[in-house]
Design a protein around this ligand. Structure first.
Ligand code: SF4
Ligand code: SF4
Length: 295
């Protein structure tokens, strides 16, 4: 596998407003997510625990699913969601606030949802190859190539974003897929207290989850046991409290970007120098790891 990622960030940015016909959709499978995030990065339980240990519990967001025809299901607030027994199943990924970016080879800065860890100036990942770098990102688009599924890189190419996928041989050391029975308690979790989810479905759909909503799911994921539906209640409560109390540079930056952002896809009302100053103020000076830029 060989990629040309410079100036792209197609797998880190929701670029649907730029090229709706070329961009894919997370809603295409037989279990559409309830939220509308693009390319959510599924995290393992250990990765979630790692973010929590680093004080980054405020960068995580849950994803629940509409049930496929053959799926078990449970009603939450009158909405049927995919379930394991009577417990809603969910994944956790990284939040995507609106940021001023010019991805996939474009040169006009626009407000687009982008991974909390994407440096908007260099379009590089702030945790690349670090301890918290998700395995999904480290191996992307290996699973797609293995399954002969379309990659984000090819979509970017189709949108006129330049040559991206230079060698499509999947890597030999791919991890297990994030979905499937083997993923239960590892990347797919079961929420043990569906009666406590009042209003959560509406807030997922309207992208308005509260800190407490997100923390509930972080707790349940960290309390989960691989291969099992059972949850360690003490571990769950402790992780939930830590996620709720998290106050990281990244969580604060999400709030700052969200407050400043214009409409989805709208050009930003400032130039590249102002973008750089703003990114330095809201991310770098607040504690974000730097990125090297492209040689
Ligand atoms: S963690 Fe890094 S590589 Fe993964 S989506 Fe976020 S910015 Fe992109
Ligand atoms: S979409 Fe492909 S080429 Fe673009 S940044 Fe992601 S992995 Fe690299």
């Amino acid at each position: 596998m060989e990629l040309r990622c410079e100036g792209c960030a197609g797998c880190c940015v929701d670029w649907r407003p730029l090229a709706p016909d070329a961009a894919g959709s997370d809603r295409a499978g037989d279990r559409p997510p309830l939220d509308d995030a693009y390319d959510l990065v599924p995290l393992t339980r250990d990765e979630v625990a790692g973010f929590l240990d680093d004080g980054l519990g405020d960068v995580l967001v849950p994803r629940l699913f509409e049930p496929a025809e053959r799926d078990e299901r449970v009603a939450v607030d009158g909405t049927e969601v995919a379930a394991a027994g009577d417990r809603p199943v969910f994944m956790l990924g990284l939040r995507k606030p609106p940021k001023p970016v010019a991805p996939i080879g474009t040169d006009e800065l626009r407000w687009l949802d982008a991974c909390v860890f994407l440096d908007p100036t260099t379009l590089q990942c702030r945790i690349h190859d670090e301890d918290r770098y998700p395995r999904t990102c480290a191996t992307y688009p290996g699973q797609n190539l293995e399954l002969d599924a379309e990659t984000e890189c090819e979509r970017v190419e189709d949108a006129g974003g330049g040559d991206r996928l230079l060698d499509d041989e999947p890597p030999a050391d791919l991890p297990a897929p994030a979905f499937g029975p083997q993923a239960l308690g590892t990347t797919v979790f079961a929420y043990p207290d569906p009666d406590g989810l009042d209003g959560v479905i509406d807030r997922i759909r309207s992208d308005s989850l509260t800190d407490d909503d997100r923390a509930r799911f972080v707790g349940a994921a960290v309390g989960s046991r691989p291969g099992s539906l059972s949850v360690d209640r003490d571990r769950m409560a402790e992780a939930r409290a830590r996620a709720r109390d998290a106050d990281s540079w990244a969580g604060r930056a999400i709030g700052e970007w969200t407050d400043r952002a214009g409409a989805d896809g709208e050009p930003v009302p400032f130039d590249a120098d102002s973008q750089e100053r703003l990114v330095r103020e809201l991310e770098d000076d607040a504690g974000a790891p730097g990125t090297p830029g492209w040689d």
